[in-house]
Design a protein around this ligand. Structure first.
Ligand code: AMP
Length: 225
């Protein structure tokens, strides 16, 4: 079993890479932001609560996120290992995850840190479009869909996340640098951190991640069309 954390600022490509990695390995993609957006679509109390923080670019309180993630990873589909995307984002979340895993004789095996400079991040976030139906992501500057506003994979409608506006994105980056960056050093000290240049082409970043995880790209399933 392998458990991997994808660490990096908003716009670094965590979601895109986690999706591909989960398709090419037996690991299950668990994204805290996606879970909140799903809860919001379902109109649950958790969704409404999270929205009030997400819209401002603030972090949802630790205890709420921790409970949600621990419930999620207790599901049977997480038994073969997990790719954490967007969690942990604070020191408290990291220690809670470690403690919960330890209780099940489980552990974090690797932390992949996607490094991307701030000016690139802003452009990536502001240009990001997500499919309402399948969750695929595009970027109007770097990776546009073939038909504007329509998903290449499933023909669903593309939308811009409300927290991807420039103002909110700026604030999300500030929050990241203040609250999440310290985790880089934290995992470095535990000798779990692998730094990956997140500015390169998407497929090269994927190969670098598989390499860091010592997974031979040729042995994994090819990317699904
Ligand atoms: P993301 O999709 O990862 O960019 O997350 C979108 C938003 O969800 C963040 O800006 C936060 O408001 C909230 N969120 C997601 N993950 C966490 C987390 N681990 N801790 C606190 N808030 C989170």
């Amino acid at each position: 079993m392998t458990n991997v954390i994808l660490l990096g600022p908003p716009g670094a490509g965590k979601g895109t890479q986690a999706k591909t990695l989960s398709e090419r390995t037996s690991l299950t993609h668990v994204a805290s932001g996606d879970l909140f957006r799903a809860a919001l679509r379902e109109g649950t109390e958790l969704g409404m609560l999270a929205k009030s923080y997400m819209d401002r670019g603030e972090l949802v309180p630790n205890e709420v996120v921790i409970r949600m993630i621990l419930e999620r990873i207790a599901q049977p589909d997480c038994g073969a290992g997990v790719i954490f995307d967007g969690f942990p984002r604070t020191r408290e979340q990291a220690t809670a995850l470690e403690a919960a895993m330890g209780e099940h004789h489980n552990q974090i095996d690797a932390v992949l840190y996607l490094r991307v400079p701030r000016d690139v991040l802003l452009r990536r976030i502001a240009g990001r479009q997500t499919c309402k139906t399948c969750g695929a992501t595009y970027n109007i500057y770097y990776f546009p869909s073939h038909r504007p506003g329509i998903c290449d994979a499933c023909r669903g409608k593309l939308y811009q996340r409300s927290d991807d506006s420039i103002e909110t994105a700026e604030h999300r980056l500030d929050v990241y640098f203040e609250q999440t960056m310290p985790l880089i050093e934290y995992y470095q000290r535990q000798e779990l951190l692998h730094e990956i240049d997140g500015q390169r082409e998407i497929s090269l970043v994927t190969e670098a991640m598989l390499h860091a995880l010592k997974i031979n790209p040729e042995l994994t399933a090819p990317p699904k069309e």
